[in-house]
Write a protein that binds this ligand. Structure first.
Ligand code: 5IU
Length: 474
């Protein structure tokens, strides 16, 4: 029997066991629908289970390059089990609720961060169930960018999933399914037209996660972050009520330490350019670390690594500065490709480290194109433990709510410097452009009273953030 015959057979069998019904129904989300799928009943029909498994195996699973299969609870769980056995690919199980005791683990089974997981689901409407599973897998450092499903209701799920970087393959679209039933005289033309009209008029709303990066509070995003450094930074931001990163572009170590002594309590992150300091010593680093501990901020070395992996690894671990030993995170260009992310390991001597990847720059005439930005975001997806976020200027650049948008080029007035730097206002970058952590350098450092100015920036930026998450914009 060829593929199309098997599909027809499956559609007819599903119809005959009432896994699909026509009439007037109300869906989970409260909308009326003339067609209703309930695939939970298929566990009572071993022949149908076998047919579904064979088809899913043939179209996707047999060629899938994945380390695990994971069914979306509950209907897809037995199907995932059968596929796991047939393909000899280990399965993972996602809980619906976290255990009430012990670890709050949502994913059962043995796995390692960085492994790939193929998602199995029965019916997709908005795609939100798959996205919940993806989120839980991401939290464990697993990669989930592919899903295979039985039926796509064609109500926006595919688009929602694509927007969240999940590619879906289905056995049936609703249109195809209806066509088969109509062709076999199982439903009338009227019913088929009703379903088609319904599909045209009823698209599921975009799922929460395609819009929520901008509207979610930092506490919530800490929970969604995979990178440990992103988690810590979000938590610090929420605790200190500060989304301000101070860029200490000063060439004297004592001046840096004096400044941080005065302003450290107001910032969540301190950004350094270690190679501009003229009197650098190890003692400076120790004192910087002590300030970071005392005032609870993280340190970002803005090294903008840009070489081949081997050189970057040496620049990161060795030399005078031994950046990996003291910087919680660093910045890196995506220009050299993935080798750079392999060099910047997410864990150095048992301590978590992060990377902000450059996806855009604030200066006029920079050569970064929209394609380059998109490719940088794509490249980061494979390194969920390492990537803390992106240095970028626009909210559209990425959607993952567990990642941080670090935006430089900010002053209270929009201006420029005489070497191409472009400044936007706090309102513009937080409310319009999606900035999560805002980098301010000269706006504070060269002010007459940095200790007064830092409070102004902190309060202004935090107010913008509160307005943003209140949902009263957009
Ligand atoms: N920085 C930018 N723009 C960028 C990137 C980094 O300004 O696109 I990537 C750095 C440079 C400087 C700091 O260390 O952020 C901004 O300092 P001022 O606020 O003083 O311009």
């Amino acid at each position: 029997m060829d593929y199309n015959n098997k599909l027809e057979k499956l559609a007819l069998q599903l119809f005959s066991v009432d896994a699909v019904k026509f009439g007037d129904f109300i869906t989970k989300s409260g909308i009326n629908t003339p067609v209703y799928f309930d695939l939970r009943v298929i566990v009572s029909y071993p022949d149908i289970m076998v047919l579904i498994t064979t088809l899913l195996y043939d179209i996707v699973v047999k060629d899938a390059k994945c380390d695990h299969l994971c069914g979306v609870p509950y209907t897809a769980l037995p199907i995932a089990t059968l596929l796991s056995i047939q393909a000899k690919i280990p399965m993972l199980m996602r809980r619906k609720e976290a255990k009430g005791y012990g670890t709050k683990k949502m994913i059962e089974g043995h796995y390692k961060p960085g492994q790939k997981c193929l998602i199995i689901e029965d019916v997709v409407t908005s795609g939100s169930s798959i996205l919940e599973t993806v989120k839980d897998l991401h939290k464990e450092g697993l990669i989930a960018t592919e899903a295979v499903i039985i039926l796509d209701r064609e109500q926006g799920g595919r688009q929602n999933l694509e927007a969240n970087k999940v590619h879906m393959k289905s056995l049936f679209t609703m249109t195809k399914f209806i066509e088969i039933l109509l062709g076999h005289g199982k439903i009338t033309n009227d019913t088929a037209v009703k379903v088609q009209d319904y599909l045209k008029g009823t698209q599921a709303p975009p799922t929460e996660s395609t819009v929520n990066r901008i509207l979610l509070p930092y506490e919530k995003r800490a929970e969604l972050a995979t990178s440990q450094i992103a988690k810590r930074l979000f938590t610090i931001m929420a605790t200190k009520k500060s989304n301000l990163c101070l860029s200490v572009d000063l060439t004297s170590s004592t001046k840096i330490l004096d400044l941080l002594e005065k302003v450290g309590e107001h910032v969540c992150l301190v950004k350094t350019h270690i190679d501009i300091i003229e009197d650098f010593t190890d003692v400076f680093l120790r004192q910087l670390k002590q300030l970071a501990d005392r005032f609870n901020f993280l340190i970002l070395e803005d090294r903008k690594f840009a070489d081949i992996g081997n050189t970057v690894s040496l620049q990161y671990l060795k030399g005078l500065y031994k950046i990996s030993e003291w910087a919680d995170c660093v910045t890196a260009h995506s220009l050299p490709g993935e080798g750079i992310l392999k060099a910047l390991n997410g864990c150095v001597n048992g301590v978590n480290r992060g990377v902000f990847l450059l996806a855009e720059m604030s200066c006029e005439g920079n050569l970064i194109s929209p394609d380059y930005t998109e490719a940088s975001v794509k490249m980061a997806e494979k390194y969920p433990d390492l990537i803390t976020g992106f240095v970028c200027q626009k909210k559209e650049t990425f959607s993952d709510p567990g990642l941080i948008q670090l935006t430089p080029g900010v002053q209270l007035e929009s201006t420029k410097d005489d070497m191409g730097q472009v400044y936007n206002t706090p309102e513009k970058v937080v409310l319009d452009n999606g900035a999560d952590v805002i980098v301010v350098g000269r706006g504070i450092v060269t002010a007459k009273s940095p200790e007064a100015q830092v409070v102004i920036y902190k309060d202004t930026l935090w107010k913008c953030y509160l307005k943003r998450v209140s949902g009263k914009i957009e």
